[in-house]
Structures are given as structure tokens and as C-alpha cells.
Ligand binder design. Structure first.
Ligand code: RB5
Length: 140
């Protein structure tokens, strides 16, 4: 299960990812927003992170204008490792090395196509474990 959340700045790319999940029968929960009305991104960051921490979702994807505000809000929550990024290499390696559990994307930074590409990488790339486990434990 993947938890999705967005504010107005990320609504378009969240919808593109949601449509991809629908078409490919990937299980998700969409925690909003559901329109382009102006909202406060920390509320949606919290909703998505709570679904990861209570075990409902394996991973989360948060979309705002830049991805940065969502990542700042999400990373305040213990147990959340959120990565704001816009390239496929960082996306792959934040799963492999950081075991990131939340991907943060910017609707004013990347295209809908790029957002879907990054979402696919994020949800299919495994954590490598090994030497990275201790490094994560050091900051957790
Ligand atoms: C909203 O205008 C914008 O500030 C928000 O989407 C996000 O980019 C914050 O980091």
C-alpha cells in the first residue's frame, strides 16, 4: 500500500501518480487534497506519515510546489525518512541506501511524466541493508 498526499502545488502530479496506480492496479490510499484549493502542506504530510507509522502503508509520496516543505514537515516525525528530489539516480539510491519511506516531489519543479517515473522507481527499488542499517540507526 502506498499513501499519497498533496497540497495545491502538488495536486497535478499527485493526480498523475494516482492515475498510474489506478491503471496498473497498484494499491494506494489518497489522503488528499482532492481539488486545487489552497491548503497547508504540513497537514497532508502528517496524514501520510501516520499511515506509514501505523503500518497501513509501506511507503508514502507527498507532493507540494517544490517537494521541500513536505519533506521538512515529514522529517520532523520520528521514524520518517523523507527525500525531496527530482532525478532518478537520487530516487533509486535514497531507497537503496537511506531506506527512505517517503518520496517528496515538486509540482512546480518536475513534469507529470517525471513524477510518475520517479514514483515507479521509488516503489520498486529495495533497501540494500548491510552497512546502511547502522548508518540509519545513527541518525534515528
Ligand atoms: C504553496 O504555495 C507552496 O509553498 C508549497 O506547495 C510548497 O512548495 C512548500 O514547500
Amino acid at each position: 500500500m502506498i499513501a499519497l498526499g498533496a497540497d495545491h502545488g502538488g495536486f497535478g502530479i499527485k493526480e498523475a501518480i494516482r492515475n498510474y496506480f489506478e491503471e496498473n492496479k497498484i494499491e494506494y490510499i489518497d489522503l488528499g487534497i482532492y481539488t486545487e484549493e489552497s491548503v497547508d502542506y504540513p497537514i497532508f504530510a502528517k496524514k501520510v506519515c501516520e499511515k506509514i507509522l501505523d503500518g497501513t502503508a509501506r511507503l508514502g509520496i507527498l507532493c507540494c510546489g517544490t517537494g521541500i516543505g513536505m519533506s521538512m514537515a515529514a522529517n520532523k516525525i520520528r521514524g520518517i525518512r523523507a527525500a525531496a528530489l527530482s532525478d532518478s539516480f537520487s530516487c533509486e539510491f535514497t531507497r537503496r541506501h537511506n531506506d527512505a519511506n517517503v518520496l517528496c516531489l515538486g509540482g512546480r519543479v518536475i513534469s507529470e511524466e517525471k513524477a510518475v517515473e520517479l514514483a515507479k522507481i521509488f516503489i520498486t527499488t529495495p533497501f540494500e541493508g548491510g552497512r546502511h542499517i547502522n548508518r540509519i540507526a545513527m541518525f534515528e
